[in-house]
Structures are given as structure tokens and as C-alpha cells.
Design a protein around this ligand. Structure first.
Ligand code: EPS
Length: 385
């Protein structure tokens, strides 16, 4: 549950476009459409993406809340046009027309079956359109605005893919690399993997899935550093930083699991092996490790937040699974729709930008302030260790 930032998106995958509104961003933050475009373009990449990404070149036009390149404290409105809409004008018209092609074969793993039963539809198209991960383009645009705010506060975020299908990259990140460099190296890889050997195997795994009309999921890591002590809270369930982060991360399409720091592996260790010992030197508290992943007792502890997220294989399959026609109830193969064989690299970019929203919200909750300078001075004034 966010406390200071509100945001909403609207828009169908093949409709006219996506709309977004975010409120709660302080005034006097420099923002331009090119900064947002950079994140949108990162989201479109990755080996295994389908042909839709060749049609789109996502660009979020700022409609409101920004004047002369500076936020004015008002809600920021954004629009991303779907270029593909021109191929769907009749199918996606908001007006009554003669278009009567209905989709009646639900895809196992997708929102289709529960969606049509929930809303009483006889056409799965109504569900496909809004449940599509296309919506994440607008969330990335919204997240990019929060990310710009965080860069002003020297808070950095990066990510890398560590698993596609059963190919696992066990390499450690060089601790001397800046987050900017980690992202630069990951972005140079078509699967956002830092290890060349694993990268090649991951690409092969995606190629095999693609050739077989199948899909594969994976795991990535995401890091955030530069945080002060005490974001989040331990007093109430809704204040806990890991809950706020999990809620947002698991709202990304196809995300199935989240781990912080040592995560599930901590369950097979003694407490004495896992908790991060505290020392005090040069007037600063230090930790000898970061198994907590930067969060203790629901609060940031000034260590980098480290998260692992797992994504299931995308459920739209070129070689479809068994299903049942929702009208005739006869057994059929599921609906086939253009799809991605793998979208894990893109998902890591979505997660980076959505994490920015949660962290920005937590900063605003703790420090308050209406303008960027006020927030900066509140943070400086309460800086400890
Ligand atoms: C997506 C756009 C979609 C898919 C993908 C994500 O485009 P289209 O449906 O026109 O091919 O590429 O969504 C899914 C595979 C899904 O199952 O939701 C995007 O912009 O990220």
C-alpha cells in the first residue's frame, strides 16, 4: 500500500493507447520525455520478444503536470500511443460496429477463463486486451518519473538476469562495479546476463522454446542502493517495506515469486550463519554481509536492497495446450495469439522502474516535503551514519 504516491493506468493492448496519471511527485524535478523514453526502450528489448515490439517504438507524451521541463506538483498525465492500433481499428473500436469475431478458447495460465466468468463475457478478447503485459509500458513510464526523482537523491537501481529456463548464471557481481556499469553491461546482453557462457546457453534455450512454439521463464536480481535507515516501518503491517515492494513486484504479469537477500536459502541455515553482524568504525555502522537484503524489521537498514524475482513462462503458446470452448464446452486447443517466447529481460526493466515507485513513495512518507529541495534538506537534516 503506497502512502504518498497515487497512480493509475488505463488502456487496452491493441486499443488507441495507454493512459497514466501519477500524483505525489514533488515540484521542481527536472523531467523530460527522453528520460522516460530510455526506460521504455529498454523494456522493449531482449531476445525472445515477439514481433509486436518491432511495430512499437514506445514514447510517453507528457500531457500535464510538467512545465518547461520541470514538475509543478500537479498530477502528471501521460499517453503512449499504440502504433498497432491501426491494424485493430474495427476489432478495438469503442463504437458499435459489425465486427463479430469472438475468441472463445481460453489459454491455460492466462487471465482468460477466470476473466470471462468474472465479467460475464462471451468473448475472451475483452479479457486479453487489458490483462496483456502491454500495460506495463505505462507503468514503466510512471516508474521512470520516480526513478528520476531518486537519481536526484543519489539512489540507484540496477538488475541482471540470472536464470532462463534451467540455465543458471551463478557468477557473483564484481563489487567494484557501479550500478550504472552493471546496467550498461546487462543492457549490452540480449538476455541481460553478465556471464558470457550462461548468456549463450540462455539464448539457445529461448531459441529451442521458440522453435517448438513454446515459452520459457526465468529469474533476475534487482538491487537498490543509497537508501537511508528507516524507510518503511515495523509498527503496522502496511508500513513494512518488504510488503510494499512485494505487492508491487508481484503485480507484474507472470511474476510468481520474490526473495529478499538470502531468501529461501536462509531456511536451511542457523541464525548465527545468516544474520549480518554489526560493527562501528569511522563513526558509521557497518555490516559484514547483506543476507537480509537491506531490510530488517520491515525497514531499510542502509544496506543495498537485494531482491530475486521469478517469472513463469508466458502462457500464450504458439503450440497451444488443451482447453475447452467457453460457448460449446467442447474440447479444443487454446487460442493462439502473437506472443513472446521469453520476456524475462524486459521484466527486469519493468521491475527496476516499479521498484522506483515504491522507494520514492517511502522516501516521501518518511521525509515529507512538497518540492525537491525541501525533501533533499529534510533528508540531509536527518542523515545518521
Ligand atoms: C506486450 C505486448 C503484447 C505481447 C506481450 C507483451 O503484444 P501483442 O499481444 O500485440 O503481441 O507481446 O504480452 C503477452 C505476451 C501477454 O501474454 O500478455 C508488451 O508491450 O510488453
Amino acid at each position: 500500500m503506497l502512502e504518498k504516491i497515487n497512480y493509475l493506468t488505463a488502456g487496452e493492448s491493441h486499443g488507441r493507447g495507454l493512459l497514466g496519471i501519477i500524483e505525489g511527485i514533488p515540484s521542481n524535478l527536472e523531467i523530460d520525455e527522453n528520460f522516460i523514453r530510455e526506460q521504455l526502450s529498454r523494456r522493449q528489448k531482449g531476445y525472445g520478444r515477439g514481433s509486436r515490439m518491432k511495430i512499437e517504438s514506445d514514447f510517453a507524451q507528457i500531457y500535464s503536470g510538467v512545465r518547461h521541463g520541470i514538475t509543478i506538483g500537479a498530477p502528471i498525465g501521460l499517453i503512449i500511443e499504440n502504433k498497432d492500433f491501426q491494424n485493430w481499428v474495427d476489432a478495438m473500436s469503442v463504437h458499435k460496429n459489425n465486427y463479430n469475431h469472438k475468441i472463445t478458447l481460453p489459454r491455460p495460465g492466462h487471465a482468460d477463463l477466470a476473466g470471462v466468468l468474472k465479467y460475464g463475457f462471451d468473448d475472451i478478447r475483452n479479457v486479453i486486451e487489458r490483462s496483456s503485459a502491454r500495460e506495463t509500458a505505462m507503468r514503466v513510464a510512471i516508474g521512470a518519473i520516480c526513478r528520476k526523482f531518486l537519481t536526484e537523491l543519489n539512489i540507484d537501481i540496477c538488475s541482471r538476469v540470472v536464470q532462463i529456463f534451467n540455465i543458471v548464471d551463478k557468477s557473483q557481481i564484481d563489487p567494484d562495479l557501479s550500478y550504472e556499469k552493471i546496467n550498461e553491461l546487462a543492457d549490452q546482453s540480449s538476455v541481460r546476463c553478465l556471464d558470457k557462457d550462461s548468456e549463450k546457453k540462455m539464448i539457445d534455450a529461448i531459441s529451442i522454446a521458440k522453435k517448438n512454439g513454446d515459452s520459457v521463464g526465468g529469474v533476475f536480481e534487482i538491487y537498490c542502493k543509497g537508501l537511508p535507515y528507516g524507510l518503511g516501518g515495523y509498527s503496522q503491517w502496511y508500513q513494512k517495506l518488504q510488503s510494499k515492494i512485494s505487492e508491487t513486484m508481484l503485480s507484474i504479469n507472470a511474476f510468481k515469486g520474490i526473495e529478499f537477500g538470502a531468501g529461501f536459502s536462509a531456511s536451511e541455515k542457523y541464525g548465527s550463519q545468516i544474520h549480518d553482524e554489526i560493527t562501528f568504525e569511522d563513526n558509521i555502522f557497518h555490516r559484514q554481509s547483506n543476507n537480509a537484503g537491506g531490510i530488517e524489521g520491515g525497514m531499510s537498514n542502509a544496506q543495498p536492497i537485494s531482491i530475486r524475482l521469478s517469472m513463469k513462462p508466458i502462457p500464450t503458446l504458439v503450440k497451444p495446450l488443451k482447453s475447452v470452448d467457453i460457448i460449446s464446452k467442447s474440447p479444443e486447443l487454446a487460442h493462439k495469439e502473437r506472443t513472446d517466447a521469453c520476456a524475462v529481460p524486459a521484466a527486469s526493466i519493468i521491475a527496476e522502474n516499479l521498484l522506483s515507485i515504491v522507494v520514492a513513495d517511502s522516501i516521501l512518507s518518511k521525509f515529507g516535503g512538497d518540492s525537491l529541495d525541501q525533501i533533499k534538506s529534510h533528508m540531509e537534516a536527518s542523515a545518521q551514519y
